[in-house]
Ligand binder design. Structure first.
Ligand code: GP9
Ligand code: MN
Length: 622
């Protein structure tokens, strides 16, 4: 009788401890996630608010899903698995937090591939630690004690959970978890997920993010056949063999000089030399264009990666990814990049952009392609705010300060002030006459401001003794006025609003300036993909794995856009409609005359996709 009572008591105690163990696991995991979300400032106070509530619900739902899967483990191992899972998440969330304090990003699977780089940069993890981080291990002594007590009470017996109970409870937890997470997903603003991992974490929590990152990685890496066939290798080798850069009269003339490449946000080519009310919109760029190599027939080739695609085209000379952003999908591929080539020549290579380092996954991509350091928003003093953040004027000033003692250098500078929708320039002092208060008017004002900033940059280079010894490359990343509103530009320019004129507006300026280079306007049709081979040839550096060409070494130009549209010196072929226009007159042409050439150019997209999806340059590398 007495023994029976003791057994009952022991069993009751055991059940209580088991339940407490589950609760402790779930609760402590929630607290750790919560701590991460706020200590990183991915989420901000007040704790209660629509975004934070939704994030917390998603974390709770994710924990329910984790609990459901552990319920399926055998009776014997279930609590040990719970303990191991707890340790796993403690380590992961702790590593995320430490990594975030340095990089403003949590860990992703591609980052694990570059862990060597991380090791080099994070000199001392201890400097990043905070006493509060003990929260990541605070529960462990209790869980260990729980395991020991349960062992003792069980005395070798295994208390069995009936199969039906086990599966039923797992199913209930799983259904509840998925319901909560999908509810949160529906409520979350997912529009920014494409640009920045931190937006995913802010809205759906760190656990959802790791699941999202893992599934993206698995999809990209395990469900795609990555083996290159002999035929694929041949077509790649053949393409690159035919794409070698010949020498021209400027080859090697800029060897040893510094390089500054400025990517201007949303600056289209029609702005160059355009006037409003008799005033030039971009007087500094116009003057610079007159004194430089000015490419006035260069098309932007961006796709789903927008600004980051322009960077990718310029620094890597491959086409952007077929969907999404190459910066997110293929950051750990082998690339032959502008910073990579210049690093081999002993250059110090830096990228500058006064926005969050995580935006477009820049931080991961930049370290992967060989920039020594990425100066992001945290590295700049926010002494003048304009639009999205630090003003271009101050950005360029601070960037030159950081660059000037690092010669020989390659500085890649991305401006930000002239980001759509240009409202920040509504009161800016530049008279746009009848366009005052309109989208186009504000865009012109923004362009005038960026132009002033470029003028300031030139002055800074002169003041700091860098002008003579630096090649300055300036180009626009993509359109500033979207398709829907492009009739505003054609009306301003006094042109018809039709497909041909719209296509002619999809050009960005490219200016290559060096006191040693004679000025010339080059109207060969080209794309952003051609920037790297063109610029590096000036340094005497060949680019055997670039898909672009040196614009100065060819007299027949073309630009292939990511949507399959092909523009050559002769025609503009619109892939979506099959229409073809004479490049100079806009008259319709007969597609049959050019079909074969168009198809052979369009194949380059397949080759570029092959390089990205199968990491082909790793295999071709001699
Ligand atoms: C963000 C900036 C703008 O950092 O480069 O990006 P966008 O919206 O133009 O792609
Ligand atoms: Mn942009």
């Amino acid at each position: 009788m007495k023994k029976n009572n003791t057994d009952k008591l022991t069993n009751a105690l055991l059940y209580t401890i088991r339940i407490l163990f589950w609760v402790a696991f779930a609760f402590s995991l929630f607290i750790k996630c919560f701590y991460l979300q706020f200590t990183t400032q991915i989420n901000t106070r007040p704790f209660m608010g629509p975004v934070n509530n939704n994030m917390m619900a998603a974390i709770a739902g994710s924990i329910l899903v984790i609990l459901a899967s552990i319920m399926l483990v055998s009776n014997k191992r279930r609590f040990i698995v719970l303990l191991i899972t707890d340790i796993f998440f403690s380590l992961l969330l702790f590593a995320d937090t430490i990594y975030f304090r340095y990089y403003n990003n949590v860990l992703t699977i591609p980052v694990f591939y570059q862990i060597g780089l991380v090791g080099d940069t994070v000199e001392s993890i201890s400097a990043l630690l905070k006493i509060k981080d003990l929260v990541f291990i605070a529960d462990l002594p209790f869980l260990f004690a729980g395991i020991l007590i349960m062992r003792k009470l069980k005395k070798g017996k295994t208390l069995k959970l009936k199969k039906a109970v086990k599966f039923a409870s797992a199913a209930i937890f799983l259904a509840a978890g998925l319901l909560v997470v999908s509810g949160s997903y529906r409520k979350a603003d997912t529009s920014l997920f494409l640009y920045d991992h931190n937006h995913v974490i802010r809205r759906l929590g760190i656990l959802y993010f790791h699941c999202y990152d893992t599934s993206n990685f698995v999809k990209e890496n395990f469900f795609e056949n990555k083996t290159l066939t002999a035929e694929e290798i041949n077509s790649l080798n053949e393409f690159f063999a035919n794409n070698e850069t010949p020498d021209n009269n400027l080859t090697g003339t800029q060897k040893g000089k510094n390089l500054i490449v400025v990517q201007l946000e949303a600056i289209q080519n029609f702005l160059i030399n355009a006037k409003v009310g008799g005033r030039e919109i971009t007087p500094h760029l116009n003057e610079l264009a007159r004194n430089s190599l000015y490419f006035d027939n260069l098309y932007y080739q961006i796709a789903g990666g927008n600004t980051s695609d322009a960077e990718f085209l310029c620094n890597i000379s491959l086409y952007p990814a077929d969907k999404g952003a190459a910066y997110f999908r293929f950051p750990s591929n082998v690339y032959f990049s502008l910073p990579g080539y210049l690093k081999d020549e002993g250059y110090n290579c830096f990228s500058f952009h006064a926005n969050e380092a995580s935006f477009w996954n820049r931080h991961t991509m930049y370290s992967s392609i060989g920039f020594d350091k990425f100066y992001s928003d945290k590295d700049f003093t926010l002494d003048e705010k304009l639009g999205w953040g630090l003003s271009d004027m101050s950005f360029l000033q601070q960037s030159v300060e950081k660059l000037k003692n690092q010669q020989p250098f390659y500085g890649f500078l991305i401006t930000l002030s002239s980001h759509h929708p240009y409202g920040a320039f509504a009161d800016y002092d530049f008279d746009v006459e009848q366009y005052e208060g309109t989208l186009l008017g504000n865009y012109m004002k923004a362009a005038n401001y960026v132009d002033k900033a470029v003028g300031h940059l030139l002055q800074l280079l002169k003041e700091n003794g860098l002008y003579e010894n630096t090649v300055l490359v300036i180009y626009g990343d993509h359109f500033g006025i979207n398709r829907e509103n492009s009739h505003l530009i054609t009306a301003f320019l006094g042109k018809d609003d039709n497909t041909y004129e719209y296509m002619e507006l999809q050009k960005v300026p490219l200016i290559v300036h060096s006191p040693g280079i004679e000025a010339k306007t080059i109207s060969t049709t080209a794309g952003q993909i051609d920037i790297m081979p063109t610029v590096l040839n000036l340094y005497g550096i060949k680019t055997p794995y670039a898909m672009g060409r040196d614009i100065l070494s060819t007299d027949y130009g073309y630009a292939l856009l990511r949507n399959g549209t092909v523009i050559t010196d002769k025609y503009i072929f619109i892939n979506s409609s099959g229409e073809i226009y004479d490049k100079k007159t806009g008259e319709k042409l007969d597609i049959n005359e050019y079909g074969e050439e168009i198809q052979s150019i369009q194949k380059y997209l397949d080759l570029s996709d092959l390089i990205l999806k199968k990491n082909a340059l790793k295999k071709l590398k001699k």
